[in-house]
Design a protein around this ligand. Structure first.
Ligand code: SF4
Length: 382
């Protein structure tokens, strides 16, 4: 039975004396009232939510907002990821992807090799090709334009989501043009939207500590703002579980909320669970499943103006992503096909799910699967 038009589960649960008591016991009754009234949460509210030890109380409130915005739907997309180079000059301390003496061997795909990767999956229907890579100083401006042109030639109907704000920063430098002009030129050859990577946690302190060679928070926001202004939507990420404080996480969310008030260009937030293995921060234990759920629930509550929260199953595991659908997330991302960023090269594990596997995961979790396109248009209610 479809529950899309039914009274959202959260609205029923809101009125239950059980949840009223539970929220009061967790000192979340005031925040709960704001959430039920559709009010905006403050920085202090965000900190209080993160400090709450009752994950289920926070998750309950996040689910109220999740169902208010998206009902019982759980979105997924048929997509293919392409990571065109792991050569990167930025050396972020939390990154295991970039090539180095002790790490993965360097590679950069030629445009023809990119065509080959796409042809491997030519028989599979796709809505989106998702392209990100390292900052390889050898690549000229023409490479980026040709990459997008090649994808559009191979798969004319797919949406190309490509280049984080970090890559756009580099592409602008090699283009020698103004930021807006560079974005418009990329758009003219087929760029459809931008992935939101590189935001990490928008904090000057963490920028200095973890990725000083990469663009800082103000530049990330400037690029996102300009992209939205020229008609390119984007997502935003939040990398949690490393050196950040709770206050910095909340500040990150408040900054993104301010950007969204200004532009309306953010489609979703993608909380990314930090994977310490093979990074300069490998001594850190990394987030638990509870951390993963909390970092979906609190963003859902703070980002009242962002329509979707994505649980990226590759980073959290498929079972945690199933649970996430009751803790604020309404999107499981997609079929993926080829994702190198957190893949262990020693194990050669392909990270992919079929459409049928995604449907099962979502149905087992008690949600209604909806196949979406890259801009959250409905392809099919399943
Ligand atoms: Fe390079 Fe991105 Fe890794 Fe930083 S996170 S080292 S920019 S690939």
């Amino acid at each position: 039975m479809q529950r899309v038009n039914a009274e959202p589960v959260g609205q029923v649960a809101n009125r239950s004396p059980f949840w009223a008591r539970r929220l009061a016991e967790s000192a979340l009754d005031e925040i709960g009232q704001k959430v039920l009234a559709g009010g905006r949460l403050s920085f202090e509210d965000g900190v209080r939510l993160y400090r709450c030890t009752d994950l289920n109380a926070v998750g309950h409130l996040a689910n109220v907002v999740r169902e208010r915005l998206n009902g019982n739907r759980a979105y997924f997309v048929r997509n293919q990821h392409l990571n065109y180079t792991n050569v990167c000059c930025k050396q972020c301390r939390f990154c295991s992807f970039y090539s180095r003496e002790t790490g993965p061997k360097p590679y950069t795909l030629t445009v023809n090799e990119v065509r080959g990767r796409l042809r491997r999956h030519a028989e599979q229907p796709l809505s989106e090709v998702h392209i990100v890579g390292g900052i390889n100083l050898e690549l000229p401006y023409a490479y980026y334009l040709d990459l997008i042109r090649a994808v559009k030639e191979e798969r004319p109907d797919v949406h190309v989501k490509a280049f984080t704000m970090v890559e756009i920063d580099q592409i602008q430098q090699v283009s020698g043009k103004a930021l807006e002009e560079t974005l418009l030129e990329l758009k003219s050859v087929g760029l459809g939207s931008l992935p939101g990577g590189g935001a990490e946690i928008l904090s000057e302190r963490l920028h200095e500590l973890l990725h000083p060679a990469k663009l800082g928070p103000e530049r990330w926001l400037e690029i996102a703002r300009t992209a939205h202004r020229v008609g390119l939507k984007s997502t935003a990420t939040m990398l949690y579980g490393h050196e950040e404080t709770i206050e910095e996480r909340v500040q990150h969310l408040v900054r993104l909320r301010g950007l969204q008030d200004e532009t309306g260009g953010l489609q979703c937030l993608v909380p990314l669970s930090f994977h310490p293995a093979n990074t300069a921060l490998s001594a850190i234990p990394g987030p638990s499943g509870v951390d993963d759920l909390m970092n979906l629930a609190v963003p859902r509550l703070m980002l009242d103006n962002v329509p979707h929260i994505k649980s990226f199953w590759i980073m959290t595991s498929a079972p945690v992503s199933q649970l996430a659908l009751w803790y604020g997330a309404d999107d499981l991302d997609g079929t993926i096909q080829e994702y190198e960023v957190t893949r262990d090269p020693q194990k050669d594990t392909q990270q992919a799910l079929t459409r049928e596997q995604l449907l099962s995961l979502i149905r087992e979790a008690g949600r209604q699967p909806v196949e979406r396109d890259a801009l959250y248009g409905v392809v099919e209610r399943c």
